[in-house]
Design a protein around this ligand. Structure first.
Ligand code: G3H
Ligand code: 13P
Ligand code: ZN
Length: 324
């Protein structure tokens, strides 16, 4: 069987160890097309940052598993060509079944998430352990999840948060053998994370729960989902050029900076990238209504995305200059 090692990818083990020691977080950026992948690699090479390329099940269906495998291989070669051999992980985001995780491992993924958070605790343990047993045979790392984020987690819809219960984490980690753990401390997916009126304060993340978790599993890599900040200047640009996005709110970057210095070793960002691309595409098409060459609007979208990722890496996650 072809494995991720044949593609030049790495698993997340060493990356997380270094991130924990260095008190920074690895960027996990979602992608499903060429321009997003180019932007991620360009930004990470320029800042000398390790990276996790993240693919949801929906993105995998959209892009095609074979194409993704070869895109990941191409990404490794592209980074080398740009002049820096950055470590690259190909990770399944929110895998919901054993079969999906297995299929990803068979098509070049070096890391998978099994998200059993919507099941009962015992069922979550069982399904996560099953994935770990299979994945570890191929030296693929596994992320599990305890607690439920509000909003939509792929096929899973959760109306409200269920914060991670610190008293469960030690047992879960021990019984499943997972390599990292996603937790719920007040973030959610998408562009509407908090129900606040303009000018109102965004409620802080539950750092008290994170600290309690760290005490119970010291040195264990923690993952933060739903970590987009929903930059309001980008929202304003989208709306200026014909968009209509109201009442959006994200996690303030200050709080993510604080998380990155803790046991949080992986920070997931998808929505901010979607917004940046949308703003750039809308601007070009609005200012040049006669334009119909996709390179003319996807090129600027790629550049805006690259700038956004560089900003996240340098000013929020602190993963820059971690590759020689
Ligand atoms: O956690 C969700 C990610 O942002 C992926 O979203 O399922 O629309 O690709 P998606
Ligand atoms: P955002 O929607 O906040 O970007 O979260 C992305 C995520 O958690 C992917 O798993
Ligand atoms: Zn997520």
């Amino acid at each position: 069987m072809l494995t991720y090692k044949d593609l030049g990818l790495v698993n997340s083990r060493e990356m997380f160890k270094k991130a924990m020691e260095g008190q920074y977080a690895i960027p996990a950026f979602n992608f499903n097309n060429l321009e997003q992948l180019q932007a991620i690699i360009m930004a990470c090479v320029e800042t000398k940052s390790p990276v996790i390329l993240q693919v949801s099940s929906g993105a995998r269906k959209y892009a095609n598993a074979n194409l993704l495998k070869n895109m990941a291989k191409g990404a490794v070669e592209y980074a080398n060509e740009l002049g820096c051999n950055i470590p690259i992980v190909l990770h399944l985001d929110h895998g919901d079944t054993f079969e999906l995780c297995k299929s990803c491992i068979e098509t070049g993924f070096s890391s998978v998430m099994i998200d059993g958070s919507h099941h009962s605790y015992e069922k979550n343990v069982e399904i996560t352990r099953q994935v770990v047993e299979y994945a570890h045979k191929y030296d693929v790392t596994v992320e599990g999840e305890l607690g439920v984020l509000a909003g939509i987690e792929d096929d899973v819809q959760a109306e409200h948060h269920t914060y991670t219960r610190p008293e469960e984490v030690e047992d879960f980690v021990k019984r499943t053998g997972v390599d990292s753990l996603a937790i719920s401390i007040g973030t959610s997916h998408g562009a509407f994370k908090f129900n606040v009126k303009p000018g109102e304060e965004i409620p802080p993340l539950r750092f008290d729960i994170l600290e309690e978790i760290e005490k119970r599993i010291p040195g264990f890599p923690i993952v933060l989902h739903g970590a987009s900040s929903i930059p309001q200047d980008i929202i304003a640009e989208i709306n200026k050029y014909g968009g209509d996005i109201q009442n959006s709110a994200g996690v303030p970057e200050e709080q993510l900076r604080r998380a990155a210095k803790s046991a949080v070793c992986k920070i997931n960002i998808d929505s901010d990238g979607r917004l940046a691309m949308t703003a750039a595409v809308r601007k070009v098409l609005s200012e040049n209504p006669q334009e119909f060459d996709p390179r003319k609007y996807l090129g600027p979208a790629r550049e805006k995305l690259k700038q956004l990722y560089m900003h996240k890496i340098i000013n929020v996650l602190g993963s820059n200059n971690k590759v020689s």
